[in-house]
Design a protein around this ligand. Sequence first.
Ligand code: BGC
Length: 764
Amino acid sequence: MKKKLQSLLIIATALIISAQLNAQAKDNTARMNMFISSLMSKMTLEEKIGQMNLPSAWDFTTGTATNSDIGNNVKKGNVGGLFNIKGIEKIKAIQKIAVEESRLKIPLLFGMDVIHGYETTFPIPLGVSATWDMAAIEKSARIAAVEASADGINWTFSPMVDISHDPRWGRVSEGNGEDPYLGSQIAKAMIKGYQGSLTKNNEILACVKHYALYGAPEGGRDYNTVDMSHIRMYNEYFPPYKAAVDAGVGSVMASFNEVDGIPATANKWLMTDVLRKQWGFKGFVVTDYTGINEMIDHGMGNLQTVSALALKAGIDMDMVGEGFLKTLKKSFSEKKITSAEIDLACRRVLEAKYKLGLFEDPYKFLDAQRAKTEIYTSEHRKIAREITAQSFVLLKNKGNVLPLKKAGKIALIGPLADAANNMAGTWSVATVQNRSVSVLAGLKEAVGNKAEVLYAKGSNLTENATLEENATMFGKSLNRDPRPAEEIRQEAIKIAEQSDVIIAALGESAEMSGEASSRSNIGIPMVQQQLLKALIKTGKPVVLLLFTGRPLTLTWEDKNVSAILNAWLAGSEAGNAIADVVFGDVNPSGKITMTFPQNVGQIPIYYAHKNTGRPLEEGKWFSKFRSNYLDVSNDPLYPFGYGLGYSAFEYGNLNLSQTNLKGNQTIKATITITNKGKYDGAEVVQLYIRDKVGSITRPVKELKGFQKIWIKAGETKTAQFNITTDDLKFYNNALKYDWESGEFDIMIGANSRDVKIQKITWNK
Ligand code: BGC
C-alpha cells in the first residue's frame, strides 16, 4: 500500500513537473514570438531579405567566390550570417559592425564546416562511425562544439547523415555508412553533442545535411542525378534526417541533387510537406553552397525564377549565391512571391538567433579567454587519441602478425607514412594540417629506444602526376618525388630487407575522398600496389596500414598480405593512436559501417538488399538464371559490421524468450559471447531482423540494435536485446508506418554475415 502511494506520488510529481516545463516552454515561445514580431515590424523588405543571405568570408573557400564586400554589406543589413571565417578577433570585429553599425543591430550567425572536430580533429566521420560507440561519438561532437564556440563559431554544418551504397562517391567519408538505423543513432548522438540544451556558450546550432538523398548519385559521381522510389526514400534514406529532426536539430541544409525531378532546393514536397508537415521541423533551412544558382544549370529557369522557387519551396537562407539578395525584391514587386513568404523565412532565421541567445548577448560566443584555453587542449587530444584508436578496423590478421613487439627493426614504408598534413582527412578546415601526428612520429615516440623505425617513402601517391595534384589540394602536398618509380621503390626495398617487419602505410590521401572526389576505380593506386608487391616479395611479414576515406577494393591485398589495419584518415592524433593499436596497447574493436566490395562492378552493394525473385542459393558463386554475376560471387569482400580484434569472440546459441507472439508483446533475445583470446577487448554485438513476408518486398536483413560490450580475456558475457513491434515497422506502399503479421528471422552476430538465426511468428 505504502509502495503504491509512493509510486503514485512520484507519477504525480513527474506530471506536475512536466506540465510546468510545458508551460515554461510555451511562455518562452510566446516571449520569442513577441520579440521577433516587434523586431520585424521595424524591418524593411530589404532588411528581411538581408537576414536570408549567407555569404562566405573567404578565409578558406569551398566553392567559387562571388562576394567580397562583407563589412559594408553587414552594415547595410544585407547579411544574416557568415561562414568560412576563422579567428575570434575577426569574428568579433564583424559582429561589432552588425550590432553597432547596422540600423537594427541584429547579430550574425557564424557558421563553419566543423565536421569531425575543430582544431582537435577526430577521424573522418566514416571512421568515427566504425566505433559504434554512441557516447564516444557524442563526446567528439561536444569537443568540436566547445572548441568552435571558443573561437566564435555558433553554427556547424554537421552532421552529414547521407546514406550511401556507393563507395565511388567521395563523400561517403563524411557520412556514417550505409545503414539507416545506425545512421539515425549517430545523428542523434552528434546533435546532442553539438547542441546540448542550446543555452550555454559552448553549445552551438547543428545543421543536418544534405537533405535529401545526396548519397545516391548515379554512378557515384558527385552532384549527379538521383532517382528513387518513395518507398526507398522513406525506409532507407530518410530515417537519419528524420532522427535529426526528432533530436531537435536547429537547421537543415538542402542537397544539390534533384529529388523526383525537382532539385531539392526548389522541392516543396521535400522541404515543406515532408520536413515540416510530416516531421514537424521547426528550425530553418539553408541551401548548400550556391544551391539556388545551380538550378539555372539544372534547367529550372533564370536566377529570379529559381530564387522564387526556392523561397516558395521552404528555403529560408541562401548560401553564397545571392539569389535571394538580388532578386526577391523584384519578384515581390511583380507579385511572384508574397510578403508572408519572406516574413516566414526571415522569422525562422531570427528565431535561431534568438534561441542561441544572440539577441541577449551578441558576444556570447566571443570570449577571448576561452579561445586561449579551450582549443586543442591536451585533454581534448587525449580523448581524440582514445576515440581514434577505437575507430580502426582490423580487416585481416593472419598468424597474429599484429600486434607487433616494440623490438628490433621496423621498416615503415609508404607515401602516407610521413604525411602529417594528410592525416586529418577531408573537411578539416579549422585544423592546423601539419600539426597532426604522422605515423612515423607516432611509432618513433611509442618505441623510444626499444626498437628502431626505418623509414622510406617507397612510392609517390599515384603514378599520374595530375591525379596526385588533384588529390593533394589545400596545403596537403605529398612532395612528389620526381625520380622514376623503380628507383624510389628500390630505396625502400633495401630498408625493408634490413628489417624484421614491414609496415606499409598506403592508400588514399586526404583529398582523395570528400566533396568532388569521386573515383571510378577504388583500389590502392597502382604505383603503391607495385610497392606493396615488392615488399611482400622480400618474405618479411607485412602489415598493410591502410588510409582511406571510403571502402576500397582490396581483393588482391586480402589474399596476399598477412595483416590489414584500416586507419581511415585519423585526425590530429593519427600516429599516436596507430602506435597504440599496432603495439597492442589498445585492442582494435572498430567494425565497418559500409560494405567493402570485391570489385567495382558489384557496386551498389549493401547488406540490406532485397532477395529478388531469383536469389542465388546460399554458398554458391553462380547458377544460371539466378541473380548473380558470371565473373564474381555476390559476396562482399568484407561485410557490413565486420572487424577483427586481437581476441577471438565466440558466440553461443541464440535464445528467445518466446517464438510465437501476439500484439504488443516484447521478446527477449539473448546470446553469450566468450572472449577466447589473451586480450581484453570490446565486441560490437549486432541484432538483425528479417521480415519474411510483407505487403511490399523486404530486405534480407536489417540492423535493429547493437551493443558494444567490454569482455575480459577468458570471460563470458550475455548480450540481451528486447524486441518490440517498433522494431518490425516499415513504410508500406501507402507510406504508412506500421508492422505486419507474419514470420520473422531474428539474428544476432558479430557482423551482418556471421549470425545465429531463430525463427518467430508475430501476429496482430
Ligand atoms: C558542401 C557542404 C558544405 C558547404 C559549406 C558545400 O560545398 O556541399 O557540405 O557545408 O559547402 O562549406
